[in-house]
Design a protein around this ligand. Sequence first.
Ligand SMILES: [Zn+2]
Length: 435
Amino acid sequence: MPDLLSLSSDIIDNARTDLPVNRVTQELSELAPGIAMVESFSHVVAFATDDGLVVFDATSPLTARAALRALRSWSDDRVDTIVYTHGHLDHVGGSPAFVEEAQGRDRAVPRVVAHEAVQARFDRYRRTSGWNQAINQRQFGWIRGWGIGETGPDGEPVPFLPDDVAEPDHTYTDHDVIEVGGLELHLHHARGETDDHTWTWIPEHRAITSGDFLIWNFPNAGNPQKVQRYPVEWAAALRAMAAKEPELFLPAHGLPIAGRERIGTVLTTVAGALERLVDDTVAMMNGGATLDEIANTVVVPPEDLALPYLRPLYDEPGFVVRNIWRLYGGWWDGNPARLKPAPDADLAGVVAGLAGSAADLAGRARELADAGRLDLACHLAEWAFEAAPDDPGVRTAMAEIYQARHEAEASLMAKGIYASAAHRGESRGDLRLGT
Ligand SMILES: [Zn+2]
Protein backbone atom coordinates (compact mmCIF):
# COMPACT_ATOMS: atom_id res chain seq x y z
CA MET A 1 0.00 0.00 0.00
CA PRO A 2 1.71 3.25 -1.08
CA ASP A 3 2.05 5.90 1.61
CA LEU A 4 0.30 8.67 -0.27
CA LEU A 5 0.44 11.18 2.57
CA SER A 6 4.24 10.92 2.92
CA LEU A 7 4.52 11.16 -0.85
CA SER A 8 2.43 14.34 -1.05
CA SER A 9 4.28 15.88 1.93
CA ASP A 10 7.61 15.28 0.20
CA ILE A 11 6.32 16.70 -3.10
CA ILE A 12 4.79 19.82 -1.54
CA ASP A 13 7.48 20.57 1.06
CA ASN A 14 10.31 20.14 -1.43
CA ALA A 15 8.46 21.53 -4.48
CA ARG A 16 9.23 18.32 -6.34
CA THR A 17 8.04 18.08 -9.93
CA ASP A 18 9.83 14.86 -10.82
CA LEU A 19 7.11 12.54 -9.50
CA PRO A 20 3.68 11.87 -11.01
CA VAL A 21 0.89 13.37 -8.91
CA ASN A 22 -2.15 12.49 -11.02
CA ARG A 23 -1.94 8.75 -10.72
CA VAL A 24 -4.61 6.29 -11.85
CA THR A 25 -3.24 3.15 -10.25
CA GLN A 26 -6.61 1.66 -9.19
CA GLU A 27 -4.85 0.87 -5.89
CA LEU A 28 -6.42 1.48 -2.52
CA SER A 29 -4.57 3.26 0.27
CA GLU A 30 -5.77 3.46 3.85
CA LEU A 31 -5.01 7.03 4.88
CA ALA A 32 -6.20 6.80 8.49
CA PRO A 33 -8.28 4.26 10.42
CA GLY A 34 -11.62 4.09 8.60
CA ILE A 35 -10.57 6.30 5.67
CA ALA A 36 -9.37 5.00 2.30
CA MET A 37 -8.76 6.30 -1.22
CA VAL A 38 -8.71 4.35 -4.47
CA GLU A 39 -6.56 6.27 -6.95
CA SER A 40 -8.75 6.17 -10.02
CA PHE A 41 -10.30 8.61 -12.53
CA SER A 42 -11.87 10.09 -10.44
CA HIS A 43 -10.75 8.69 -7.10
CA VAL A 44 -13.14 6.86 -4.82
CA VAL A 45 -12.77 8.18 -1.25
CA ALA A 46 -14.38 5.95 1.40
CA PHE A 47 -15.25 6.36 5.08
CA ALA A 48 -16.27 3.47 7.31
CA THR A 49 -19.32 4.03 9.53
CA ASP A 50 -21.52 1.85 11.75
CA ASP A 51 -24.07 1.65 8.91
CA GLY A 52 -21.68 0.83 6.09
CA LEU A 53 -19.46 2.87 3.80
CA VAL A 54 -19.84 6.45 2.71
CA VAL A 55 -18.18 6.83 -0.67
CA PHE A 56 -17.29 10.12 -2.34
CA ASP A 57 -17.64 9.74 -6.11
CA ALA A 58 -18.40 6.67 -8.15
CA THR A 59 -15.51 7.17 -10.61
CA SER A 60 -16.03 6.70 -14.37
CA PRO A 61 -17.76 3.96 -16.38
CA LEU A 62 -14.33 2.69 -17.48
CA THR A 63 -12.71 2.59 -14.06
CA ALA A 64 -15.58 1.65 -11.72
CA ARG A 65 -15.21 -2.13 -11.67
CA ALA A 66 -11.51 -2.11 -10.86
CA ALA A 67 -12.01 0.66 -8.28
CA LEU A 68 -14.79 -1.32 -6.62
CA ARG A 69 -12.58 -4.41 -6.50
CA ALA A 70 -9.88 -2.35 -4.80
CA LEU A 71 -12.43 -1.00 -2.33
CA ARG A 72 -13.51 -4.55 -1.49
CA SER A 73 -9.93 -5.48 -0.60
CA TRP A 74 -10.31 -3.01 2.29
CA SER A 75 -13.92 -3.42 3.42
CA ASP A 76 -16.78 -5.74 2.61
CA ASP A 77 -19.34 -3.46 4.26
CA ARG A 78 -22.26 -2.37 2.13
CA VAL A 79 -22.05 1.03 0.51
CA ASP A 80 -24.71 3.03 2.31
CA THR A 81 -24.22 6.42 0.66
CA ILE A 82 -22.49 7.75 -2.46
CA VAL A 83 -21.87 11.50 -2.43
CA TYR A 84 -21.33 12.96 -5.90
CA THR A 85 -18.88 15.84 -5.49
CA HIS A 86 -20.32 17.07 -8.83
CA GLY A 87 -21.95 15.65 -11.92
CA HIS A 88 -18.98 15.21 -14.26
CA LEU A 89 -18.92 11.85 -15.97
CA ASP A 90 -15.70 10.72 -14.26
CA HIS A 91 -17.40 11.17 -10.88
CA VAL A 92 -20.88 9.73 -11.53
CA GLY A 93 -20.47 7.46 -14.56
CA GLY A 94 -19.38 4.44 -12.51
CA SER A 95 -22.47 4.50 -10.28
CA PRO A 96 -24.23 1.63 -12.12
CA ALA A 97 -21.40 -0.70 -11.04
CA PHE A 98 -22.07 0.16 -7.38
CA VAL A 99 -25.81 -0.39 -7.81
CA GLU A 100 -25.26 -3.66 -9.66
CA GLU A 101 -22.91 -4.94 -6.98
CA ALA A 102 -25.44 -4.21 -4.22
CA GLN A 103 -28.25 -5.90 -6.16
CA GLY A 104 -26.06 -8.91 -6.91
CA ARG A 105 -25.51 -9.38 -3.19
CA ASP A 106 -29.14 -8.72 -2.17
CA ARG A 107 -28.16 -5.54 -0.41
CA ALA A 108 -30.02 -2.23 -0.43
CA VAL A 109 -28.71 -0.04 -3.24
CA PRO A 110 -26.67 2.97 -2.11
CA ARG A 111 -28.41 6.27 -1.47
CA VAL A 112 -27.00 9.01 -3.72
CA VAL A 113 -26.45 12.48 -2.27
CA ALA A 114 -25.61 15.50 -4.44
CA HIS A 115 -26.15 19.21 -4.90
CA GLU A 116 -29.51 20.01 -6.50
CA ALA A 117 -27.88 21.29 -9.72
CA VAL A 118 -26.53 17.81 -10.55
CA GLN A 119 -29.96 16.82 -11.89
CA ALA A 120 -30.01 19.83 -14.25
CA ARG A 121 -26.53 18.84 -15.44
CA PHE A 122 -27.76 15.32 -16.23
CA ASP A 123 -30.66 16.83 -18.20
CA ARG A 124 -28.22 19.04 -20.13
CA TYR A 125 -25.93 16.07 -20.87
CA ARG A 126 -28.87 14.17 -22.34
CA ARG A 127 -29.82 17.17 -24.49
CA THR A 128 -26.23 17.69 -25.70
CA SER A 129 -24.95 14.10 -25.73
CA GLY A 130 -23.37 14.32 -29.20
CA TRP A 131 -21.64 17.59 -28.38
CA ASN A 132 -20.21 16.17 -25.16
CA GLN A 133 -19.02 13.06 -26.99
CA ALA A 134 -17.27 15.33 -29.51
CA ILE A 135 -15.62 17.38 -26.76
CA ASN A 136 -14.30 14.29 -25.03
CA GLN A 137 -13.11 12.89 -28.33
CA ARG A 138 -11.08 16.05 -28.93
CA GLN A 139 -9.90 16.46 -25.34
CA PHE A 140 -8.96 12.88 -24.56
CA GLY A 141 -9.35 10.93 -27.81
CA TRP A 142 -5.68 11.17 -28.75
CA ILE A 143 -4.74 9.35 -25.54
CA ARG A 144 -4.68 5.69 -26.37
CA GLY A 145 -6.67 3.20 -24.34
CA TRP A 146 -9.17 5.57 -22.76
CA GLY A 147 -12.05 4.17 -24.75
CA ILE A 148 -13.34 7.66 -25.54
CA GLY A 149 -15.64 8.07 -28.50
CA GLU A 150 -16.35 4.36 -28.76
CA THR A 151 -19.42 3.14 -30.59
CA GLY A 152 -21.88 0.52 -29.47
CA PRO A 153 -22.48 -2.81 -31.22
CA ASP A 154 -24.90 -1.15 -33.66
CA GLY A 155 -22.28 1.46 -34.62
CA GLU A 156 -24.22 4.22 -32.82
CA PRO A 157 -22.26 6.41 -30.42
CA VAL A 158 -22.79 5.38 -26.80
CA PRO A 159 -24.69 8.09 -24.93
CA PHE A 160 -22.38 10.49 -23.10
CA LEU A 161 -24.19 9.93 -19.80
CA PRO A 162 -24.93 6.23 -19.21
CA ASP A 163 -28.68 5.59 -19.27
CA ASP A 164 -28.44 3.78 -15.95
CA VAL A 165 -26.45 6.42 -14.04
CA ALA A 166 -27.74 6.58 -10.46
CA GLU A 167 -29.84 9.72 -10.02
CA PRO A 168 -29.53 11.69 -6.77
CA ASP A 169 -31.94 10.58 -4.03
CA HIS A 170 -31.12 13.40 -1.62
CA THR A 171 -30.24 16.92 -2.76
CA TYR A 172 -29.62 20.21 -0.98
CA THR A 173 -29.27 23.89 -1.88
CA ASP A 174 -26.58 25.75 0.06
CA HIS A 175 -25.39 23.51 2.87
CA ASP A 176 -26.63 20.45 4.66
CA VAL A 177 -25.63 18.12 7.47
CA ILE A 178 -26.31 14.43 7.03
CA GLU A 179 -25.38 11.59 9.32
CA VAL A 180 -24.47 8.05 8.32
CA GLY A 181 -23.83 5.43 10.97
CA GLY A 182 -22.70 8.02 13.50
CA LEU A 183 -20.51 9.98 11.04
CA GLU A 184 -21.54 13.59 10.41
CA LEU A 185 -21.02 15.00 6.92
CA HIS A 186 -21.24 18.76 6.53
CA LEU A 187 -22.01 19.35 2.85
CA HIS A 188 -21.18 22.74 1.34
CA HIS A 189 -22.16 23.91 -2.12
CA ALA A 190 -19.88 26.23 -4.09
CA ARG A 191 -19.43 27.02 -7.74
CA GLY A 192 -15.99 26.55 -9.23
CA GLU A 193 -15.15 24.05 -11.94
CA THR A 194 -18.90 23.45 -12.11
CA ASP A 195 -22.10 24.97 -10.77
CA ASP A 196 -23.00 21.80 -8.85
CA HIS A 197 -19.96 21.18 -6.65
CA THR A 198 -20.05 19.85 -3.10
CA TRP A 199 -17.16 19.98 -0.68
CA THR A 200 -17.63 18.17 2.60
CA TRP A 201 -16.25 18.84 6.07
CA ILE A 202 -16.12 15.73 8.24
CA PRO A 203 -15.47 17.08 11.76
CA GLU A 204 -14.81 13.72 13.42
CA HIS A 205 -11.75 13.22 11.21
CA ARG A 206 -10.98 16.93 10.63
CA ALA A 207 -11.11 15.91 6.96
CA ILE A 208 -12.37 17.58 3.79
CA THR A 209 -13.36 15.87 0.56
CA SER A 210 -12.99 18.51 -2.12
CA GLY A 211 -14.07 17.03 -5.45
CA ASP A 212 -12.31 18.99 -8.20
CA PHE A 213 -11.64 22.18 -6.21
CA LEU A 214 -8.05 20.94 -6.13
CA ILE A 215 -6.80 18.80 -9.02
CA TRP A 216 -3.01 19.10 -8.61
CA ASN A 217 -2.90 21.18 -11.78
CA PHE A 218 -3.67 24.80 -12.53
CA PRO A 219 -7.43 25.08 -11.83
CA ASN A 220 -9.36 24.04 -14.90
CA ALA A 221 -11.47 27.18 -14.92
CA GLY A 222 -10.89 27.84 -18.61
CA ASN A 223 -11.83 24.75 -20.62
CA PRO A 224 -12.30 26.10 -24.18
CA GLN A 225 -15.09 23.67 -25.03
CA LYS A 226 -17.25 23.74 -21.95
CA VAL A 227 -19.84 25.82 -20.15
CA GLN A 228 -19.04 28.72 -17.85
CA ARG A 229 -16.71 28.20 -14.89
CA TYR A 230 -16.44 30.35 -11.76
CA PRO A 231 -12.94 31.36 -10.63
CA VAL A 232 -14.04 33.88 -7.99
CA GLU A 233 -16.30 31.45 -6.17
CA TRP A 234 -13.66 28.75 -6.71
CA ALA A 235 -11.07 30.80 -4.81
CA ALA A 236 -13.60 31.65 -2.08
CA ALA A 237 -14.41 27.96 -1.61
CA LEU A 238 -10.71 27.13 -1.21
CA ARG A 239 -10.42 29.82 1.47
CA ALA A 240 -13.55 28.54 3.23
CA MET A 241 -12.02 25.05 3.28
CA ALA A 242 -8.73 26.39 4.67
CA ALA A 243 -10.70 28.20 7.40
CA LYS A 244 -11.89 24.82 8.72
CA GLU A 245 -8.23 24.02 9.44
CA PRO A 246 -8.47 20.44 8.15
CA GLU A 247 -5.79 17.91 9.01
CA LEU A 248 -6.63 15.66 6.04
CA PHE A 249 -7.51 16.86 2.54
CA LEU A 250 -8.99 14.44 0.04
CA PRO A 251 -9.26 15.63 -3.56
CA ALA A 252 -10.91 13.61 -6.34
CA HIS A 253 -7.79 13.82 -8.53
CA GLY A 254 -4.17 13.94 -7.39
CA LEU A 255 -2.73 13.10 -4.01
CA PRO A 256 -4.34 13.42 -0.58
CA ILE A 257 -2.63 15.92 1.73
CA ALA A 258 -2.01 15.73 5.48
CA GLY A 259 -1.28 18.52 7.96
CA ARG A 260 -3.20 21.70 8.73
CA GLU A 261 -0.40 24.07 7.76
CA ARG A 262 0.53 22.27 4.54
CA ILE A 263 -3.10 22.06 3.43
CA GLY A 264 -3.62 25.73 4.27
CA THR A 265 -0.61 26.75 2.20
CA VAL A 266 -1.77 24.80 -0.83
CA LEU A 267 -5.36 26.04 -0.66
CA THR A 268 -4.49 29.70 -0.17
CA THR A 269 -1.77 29.61 -2.84
CA VAL A 270 -4.20 28.23 -5.44
CA ALA A 271 -6.88 30.70 -4.32
CA GLY A 272 -4.42 33.59 -4.60
CA ALA A 273 -3.37 32.59 -8.14
CA LEU A 274 -7.00 32.54 -9.27
CA GLU A 275 -7.83 35.81 -7.52
CA ARG A 276 -4.89 37.63 -9.13
CA LEU A 277 -5.82 36.33 -12.56
CA VAL A 278 -9.39 37.59 -12.13
CA ASP A 279 -8.27 40.96 -10.71
CA ASP A 280 -5.77 41.60 -13.51
CA THR A 281 -8.27 40.61 -16.21
CA VAL A 282 -11.12 42.67 -14.77
CA ALA A 283 -8.84 45.69 -14.29
CA MET A 284 -7.99 45.64 -17.99
CA MET A 285 -11.66 45.12 -18.93
CA ASN A 286 -12.55 48.14 -16.81
CA GLY A 287 -9.89 50.09 -18.72
CA GLY A 288 -11.54 49.23 -22.02
CA ALA A 289 -9.00 46.68 -23.27
CA THR A 290 -9.89 44.11 -25.92
CA LEU A 291 -9.64 40.40 -25.29
CA ASP A 292 -6.56 40.30 -27.53
CA GLU A 293 -4.82 42.92 -25.39
CA ILE A 294 -5.75 41.17 -22.17
CA ALA A 295 -4.83 37.69 -23.38
CA ASN A 296 -1.40 38.95 -24.43
CA THR A 297 -0.77 40.80 -21.15
CA VAL A 298 -2.20 38.93 -18.15
CA VAL A 299 0.02 36.11 -16.92
CA VAL A 300 0.50 33.98 -13.83
CA PRO A 301 4.00 34.34 -12.33
CA PRO A 302 6.21 31.45 -13.54
CA GLU A 303 7.17 30.57 -9.96
CA ASP A 304 3.49 29.84 -9.23
CA LEU A 305 3.13 27.71 -12.36
CA ALA A 306 6.21 25.72 -11.30
CA LEU A 307 4.55 24.52 -8.07
CA PRO A 308 3.78 20.80 -8.16
CA TYR A 309 0.06 21.47 -7.64
CA LEU A 310 -0.27 24.46 -10.03
CA ARG A 311 1.36 23.33 -13.25
CA PRO A 312 -0.65 24.11 -16.40
CA LEU A 313 -0.67 20.52 -17.63
CA TYR A 314 -4.45 20.13 -17.94
CA ASP A 315 -5.96 23.59 -18.41
CA GLU A 316 -3.90 26.79 -18.68
CA PRO A 317 -4.13 30.37 -17.39
CA GLY A 318 -4.68 31.85 -20.86
CA PHE A 319 -7.87 29.83 -21.19
CA VAL A 320 -8.98 30.99 -17.75
CA VAL A 321 -8.52 34.63 -18.85
CA ARG A 322 -10.87 34.00 -21.78
CA ASN A 323 -13.36 32.38 -19.43
CA ILE A 324 -13.26 35.44 -17.14
CA TRP A 325 -13.89 37.63 -20.21
CA ARG A 326 -16.91 35.52 -21.06
CA LEU A 327 -18.17 35.66 -17.48
CA TYR A 328 -18.11 39.44 -17.17
CA GLY A 329 -18.30 40.42 -20.83
CA GLY A 330 -19.80 38.57 -23.73
CA TRP A 331 -18.72 36.37 -26.60
CA TRP A 332 -17.51 39.29 -28.76
CA ASP A 333 -13.75 39.74 -28.38
CA GLY A 334 -13.60 43.47 -29.15
CA ASN A 335 -12.28 43.17 -32.73
CA PRO A 336 -14.96 44.83 -34.90
CA ALA A 337 -14.14 42.67 -37.92
CA ARG A 338 -15.14 39.65 -35.89
CA LEU A 339 -18.52 40.97 -34.76
CA LYS A 340 -20.22 39.74 -37.95
CA PRO A 341 -17.34 38.00 -39.70
CA ALA A 342 -17.30 36.79 -43.28
CA PRO A 343 -17.53 33.01 -43.71
CA ASP A 344 -14.15 31.42 -42.88
CA ALA A 345 -13.85 29.86 -46.34
CA ASP A 346 -14.50 33.20 -48.10
CA LEU A 347 -11.82 34.96 -46.07
CA ALA A 348 -9.43 32.04 -46.65
CA GLY A 349 -10.04 32.28 -50.42
CA VAL A 350 -9.23 36.00 -50.47
CA VAL A 351 -6.07 35.54 -48.37
CA ALA A 352 -4.94 32.60 -50.54
CA GLY A 353 -5.45 34.81 -53.61
CA LEU A 354 -3.32 37.55 -52.05
CA ALA A 355 -0.60 35.03 -51.27
CA GLY A 356 -0.73 33.59 -54.80
CA SER A 357 -2.40 30.26 -54.01
CA ALA A 358 -3.35 27.99 -51.13
CA ALA A 359 -0.10 26.10 -51.75
CA ASP A 360 1.86 29.36 -51.35
CA LEU A 361 0.06 30.02 -48.08
CA ALA A 362 0.88 26.50 -46.89
CA GLY A 363 4.51 27.01 -47.88
CA ARG A 364 4.71 30.23 -45.87
CA ALA A 365 3.05 28.41 -42.97
CA ARG A 366 5.80 25.80 -43.06
CA GLU A 367 8.47 28.53 -43.02
CA LEU A 368 6.88 30.14 -39.97
CA ALA A 369 6.63 26.78 -38.24
CA ASP A 370 10.30 26.11 -38.96
CA ALA A 371 11.11 29.54 -37.51
CA GLY A 372 9.32 28.60 -34.29
CA ARG A 373 6.14 30.65 -34.85
CA LEU A 374 3.66 27.81 -34.69
CA ASP A 375 0.95 30.25 -33.63
CA LEU A 376 1.22 32.23 -36.89
CA ALA A 377 1.78 29.04 -38.88
CA CYS A 378 -1.56 27.62 -37.65
CA HIS A 379 -3.47 30.68 -38.93
CA LEU A 380 -1.92 30.40 -42.38
CA ALA A 381 -2.23 26.63 -42.53
CA GLU A 382 -5.90 26.89 -41.57
CA TRP A 383 -6.57 29.46 -44.30
CA ALA A 384 -4.77 27.27 -46.83
CA PHE A 385 -6.81 24.23 -45.77
CA GLU A 386 -10.09 26.16 -45.91
CA ALA A 387 -9.23 27.58 -49.34
CA ALA A 388 -8.16 24.23 -50.81
CA PRO A 389 -9.47 21.39 -48.63
CA ASP A 390 -8.94 18.82 -51.40
CA ASP A 391 -5.29 19.66 -52.08
CA PRO A 392 -3.16 16.78 -50.67
CA GLY A 393 -0.09 19.01 -50.24
CA VAL A 394 -2.07 21.63 -48.34
CA ARG A 395 -3.70 18.97 -46.17
CA THR A 396 -0.34 17.45 -45.34
CA ALA A 397 1.13 20.85 -44.41
CA MET A 398 -1.91 21.64 -42.25
CA ALA A 399 -1.72 18.28 -40.50
CA GLU A 400 2.02 18.41 -39.86
CA ILE A 401 1.85 21.94 -38.49
CA TYR A 402 -0.96 21.08 -36.07
CA GLN A 403 0.87 17.91 -35.10
CA ALA A 404 3.96 20.01 -34.29
CA ARG A 405 1.77 22.39 -32.28
CA HIS A 406 0.27 19.42 -30.42
CA GLU A 407 3.76 18.24 -29.49
CA ALA A 408 4.91 21.71 -28.44
CA GLU A 409 2.03 22.42 -26.05
CA ALA A 410 1.96 21.46 -22.38
CA SER A 411 -1.74 21.45 -21.46
CA LEU A 412 -3.87 18.42 -22.19
CA MET A 413 -6.70 20.63 -23.46
CA ALA A 414 -4.55 22.41 -26.07
CA LYS A 415 -2.84 19.18 -27.01
CA GLY A 416 -6.16 17.46 -27.59
CA ILE A 417 -7.62 20.15 -29.82
CA TYR A 418 -4.46 20.43 -31.94
CA ALA A 419 -4.20 16.66 -32.29
CA SER A 420 -7.78 16.41 -33.50
CA ALA A 421 -7.12 19.29 -35.94
CA ALA A 422 -4.09 17.46 -37.32
CA HIS A 423 -6.10 14.32 -37.88
CA ARG A 424 -8.88 15.97 -39.88
CA GLY A 425 -7.24 14.95 -43.14
CA GLU A 426 -7.04 11.29 -42.21
CA SER A 427 -10.55 10.26 -43.17
CA ARG A 428 -9.54 11.10 -46.74
CA GLY A 429 -7.24 8.09 -46.62
CA ASP A 430 -4.12 9.82 -47.90
CA LEU A 431 -2.72 11.02 -44.63
CA ARG A 432 -1.60 9.15 -41.54
CA LEU A 433 0.14 10.60 -38.53
CA GLY A 434 1.92 8.89 -35.68
CA THR A 435 -0.36 9.56 -32.73
ZN1 LIG B 1 -12.95 15.20 -12.25
